[in-house]
Design a binder for this molecule. Structure first.
Ligand SMILES: *[C@@H]1O[C@H](CO)[C@@H](O)[C@H](O)[C@H]1NC(C)=O
Ligand SMILES: *[C@@H]1O[C@H](CO)[C@@H](O)[C@H](O)[C@H]1NC(C)=O
Ligand SMILES: *[C@@H]1O[C@H](CO)[C@@H](O)[C@H](O)[C@H]1NC(C)=O
Ligand SMILES: *[C@@H]1O[C@H](CO)[C@@H](O)[C@H](O)[C@H]1NC(C)=O
Length: 505
């Protein structure tokens, strides 16, 4: 079972992707570019211009190092923006920025009503924003990867915003940060670290508390499991019982070969763990994208995909082999369009290896699976074993307490009540990442918006005709709060100018 986190994109070698088990990524395999053909994508692509900014490799030293090109997308939607109208800045995640831009239509949709300029900045070491000229060089070793950190990424954003504003004489434009998932973590952290650069942040599905022992390590798998359980107890039980059956079958003489046939794999299995990981990923991602309408964020899927999976699993006559049920269920995830000839367990078009590095350095998010409540095989997060894997794969030892040292997290309510302002933490409780999210209001301007039926950053997605009422209301609340921040900012500026002015005459 993979227990790190998930995210996204680059071509990765099999050796890299196979090296760190027990990492749960935010988005994961199959996400992205090959699915980039929906109408929303074309719409937003027409709205922006792609630019590159010479970015400093190390913001925290004076060493002479090569610069790199950071990609960013700029859209003056409807041509309405002129300074000091606001700038909406999306903090790029661990993947191709165009793909995130396509899947966060909300930012594009609301920009015109704010006359806002929209900027989507790519995260270093992902997409086309590669230091050292190529992915191969950037990912070569621990030395070349050592500039892949959240602190550097946030400093990139701060530098880019400052330079962009100067170039456009937009110093007075307030900047609002947006981000979903890991990008949401970056948005929230950036608001706290760079309050002079951004006036507020909408951090959607941002598990900033999934570190150390702040949130229970079981929350991720417990939530996935309860998403299935709420559809059908039988479905939950079938999946829960399938792991032992799978492992037992793998032990027969030609068990791996017959499993490979049953699951229509392109290449024969070498062990059952590969298959378990593949199934684990399907269930976990299904929980993340259990949206109320058909979507193709990670994979093309029907509305409420977990319901469809369970319909399949439950739909067979009594006595049907448990693995046949499971296969039919996950085929909804991996083959909804019916166009897949065989399943390739190693298919990873988005190259998640960058996330594996981040998980092995700063982003250590402990995850366990508890026997009583989880439908996954029991697993206890074993930090020493995890650290050994990281040393083996990358030659680095993780720093599991660095994130909370740098950004906080422990006793966050007490800390942020007095210190922070203007952050929205939105979470949907179907989303397994919500277990590590901020789910309670901290102050009058650090607000938690929690929806019972929301999945992974659904609020940032484009609106659709099938949006349920709670989603429409959630977005309205977010817009109202953001308007409030911007109004406050303009009022404060005017007030300052007015009161200081007499001193200068
Ligand atoms: C600002 O202008 C300079 C000079 O033209 C350019 O090199 C730089 O890339 C611009 N910055 C941004 C963020 O576009
Ligand atoms: C099994 O191992 C072989 C040889 O290392 C490899 O080529 C093949 O891709 C592996 N199969 C799977 C499903 O990973
Ligand atoms: C995918 O679905 C189609 C249509 O149902 C089916 O013909 C095909 O065999 C499936 N592919 C796999 C690998 O199961
Ligand atoms: C936080 O406060 C807002 C109103 O400002 C409210 O809409 C929201 O439901 C509250 N969140 C929680 C989790 O109670």
């Amino acid at each position: 079972m993979k227990l790190f986190l998930v995210l996204l994109i680059l071509l990765v070698t099999a050796a890299e992707s196979a090296s760190i088990p027990h990492v749960r990524r935010f988005l994961g395999h199959f996400a992205g570019s090959r699915l980039r053909n929906n109408a929303g994508a074309a719409l937003h692509a027409a709205q922006y211009e792609t630019r590159y900014f010479r970015q400093r490799l190390d913001h925290f030293s004076f060493a002479e190092l090569p610069d790199f090109n950071q990609r960013y997308l700029v859209g003056n939607t409807a041509g309405l923006w002129t300074p000091p109208a606001p700038i909406f800045f999306y903090c790029g995640n661990e993947g191709d920025i165009e793909w995130f831009s396509e899947n966060t239509g909300f930012v594009w949709e609301i920009a015109p009503s704010f006359s806002a300029l929209v900027v989507f900045a790519e995260h270093r070491y992902y997409g086309l924003s590669m230091p050292f000229g190529s992915k191969e060089e950037a990912y070569k070793d621990a030395k070349s990867l050592s500039y892949l950190t959240t602190e550097q990424a946030i400093a990139d954003f701060a530098t880019l915003i400052t330079d962009l504003k100067r170039n456009m004489s937009a110093e007075d434009s307030p900047v609002v940060l947006f981000g979903g998932s890991y990008g949401g973590m970056l948005a929230a952290w950036m608001r706290l670290k760079y309050p002079h650069i951004a006036i507020g942040a909408l951090a959607s599905s941002a598990p900033i508390l999934q570190f150390e022992n702040i949130s229970p390590p079981e929350s991720f798998y417990d939530i996935v499991s309860s998403d299935f359980k709420r559809e059908s107890m039988n479905c939950f039980d079938v999946i829960k019982n399938s792991w032992d059956v799978l492992e037992a079958q793998g032990k027969y003489g030609d068990g791996l070969i017959s499993l490979s046939g049953k699951f229509r794999l392109c290449k024969d299995l070498n062990n059952t763990e590969q298959l378990s990981d593949w199934l684990d990923s399907a269930y976990s991602y299904l929980a993340m994208v259990d949206y109320p309408y058909a979507s193709s964020f990670l994979m093309p899927l029907p509305a409420y995909p977990i319901k469809e999976v369970c319909k399949k699993i439950d739909g067979f006559p009594d006595g049907t082999d448990i693995l046949d049920r499971v296969f039919a269920g996950v085929s909804i995830y991996y083959n909804y369009t019916g166009s897949v000839d065989c399943f390739d367990l190693e298919d990873d078009p988005h190259g998640m290896s960058g996330w594996d590095w981040q998980a092995c350095t700063e982003m250590v998010m402990p995850m366990s699976s508890r026997k009583e409540s989880s439908m996954f095989p029991p697993y206890e997060f074993d930090y020493p074993a995890f650290a050994d894997e990281c040393i083996q794969s990358y030659g680095v030892r993780p720093r599991p307490t660095w994130v909370t040292t740098e950004f906080g997290g422990h006793d966050i309510s007490t800390v942020l009540k007095k210190f922070g302002s203007n952050i929205i933490f939105s979470n949907g409780l179907l989303d397994p990442w919500s277990g590590g999210g901020v789910l309670q209001n901290i102050s009058h301007s650090i607000i938690a918006l929690v929806t019972k039926l929301g999945a992974h950053h659904i609020d940032l997605r484009s609106s659709t005709a099938d949006d349920p009422k709670w989603l429409v209301e959630l977005r309205e609340t977010e817009i109202k709060l953001i308007k409030g921040w911007i109004n406050d900012y303009y009022q404060d500026k005017a007030f300052t100018a007015y009161s200081i002015f007499p001193l200068f005459i």
